[in-house]
Design a protein around this ligand. Sequence first.
Ligand code: PLP
Length: 394
Amino acid sequence: MTIMNTRLDPLEYYTEKDWSAMMAEAKKYETPFLLVNLGIIRQRYQQLKELFPYAVVHYAVKANPSQPVLELLQGLGSNFDVASINELDSLLALGVLPDRISYGNTIKKRAHVEYAYAKGIRLFASDSEVDIRNLASAAPGSGIFLRILAEHSSTADWPLSKKFGCHPDMAIDLLMLANKLGLKAKGVSFHVGSQQREIGAWDSSISRAKYIFDYLEAEKIPLSLINMGGGFPASYISRTPEMSTYASELNRYLSEDFGENLPHIILEPGRSLVADAGILVTEVVLISKKSSFGVDTWLYTDAGKFNGLMETMEESIKYPLFCESAGRLVEDFIIAGPTCDSQDIMYETFRNPLPRHIDIGDRIYWLTAGAYTSSYSSVGFNGFPPIASHFMES
Ligand SMILES: Cc1ncc(COP(=O)(O)O)c(C=O)c1O
């Protein structure tokens, strides 16, 4: 058992100004809830634009689809990437023009392709022949980027490989088919895995894209676009290089492969724009032991896997936890959610240190929780409502 004397310092994650404003705001609401500081999203977006001046940002709506977040990013000039026609509808309802939206999900019903096309969407991702044929007939003349399989899934905290993308040789065949069927074969996309800690993951995917570009150039089908996906980091317990290091390395990979002839570059960040802006505020419901001599202590909070903390699945995302109560920290606690489901355990192997004398009713703040929390929350499992979101700007 590790005993530590100091509690987690939130100022390693937030500026003093942001943190004190967020703590003051959090006092107003009953737990559990997500508090999103829109000012932090604004900063992250501006930083990304400064670091990648040549790229067009398509915010991945799935990370946090709430209206204030979409409105903010719309106002900042962001484009958007949607996974479904429902995400598309939310953007159109806000007045986002269809030429600022890409349909990035490679898995889609033909009826949804028709719907998106009727609404004006002209840029789609694909990775299969059936989808290409659907797009050719239901979204004629649209621009297509072909998603390729990406390596390095083991260094991403939330891998996205395997299910999406295809081998580069198949991507070549599909782009040629798209071209033959009257679609615009625009280029290549990949996603190296969310919260990708190994920057080199982009290197191999950019090289694969270059191979595809060269091949199709020789076939007189010039490509013009690389969509480098998301994967950029947020500040969880396992630290990553700075965003500026990601940018300088990616710039280097691109110029090594493409020199002066840089294609159009799209980025599709989700997590890196919104995660740091959110804190999930929970309360301790119960603390108990399973036997009188057991060393482990079970600590149950009022939010769990089914109302906000899905990304603790397989203990993948390790949120920094903060408690106001002082005192020695211990790693005795197995942390679980409130539902009657035994999957609703957030951390059992990974032990997040908590104050030894933490008590029922104390608040636990899950930092860096602005991404994939509210959007992953169930609609009412065990009667617990979806996690509430509150918004502020400091
Ligand atoms: C197609 C696509 N683009 C972008 C993203 C956003 O990735 P991230 O949250 O790692 O930035 C995802 C995440 O699932 C995705 O599936």
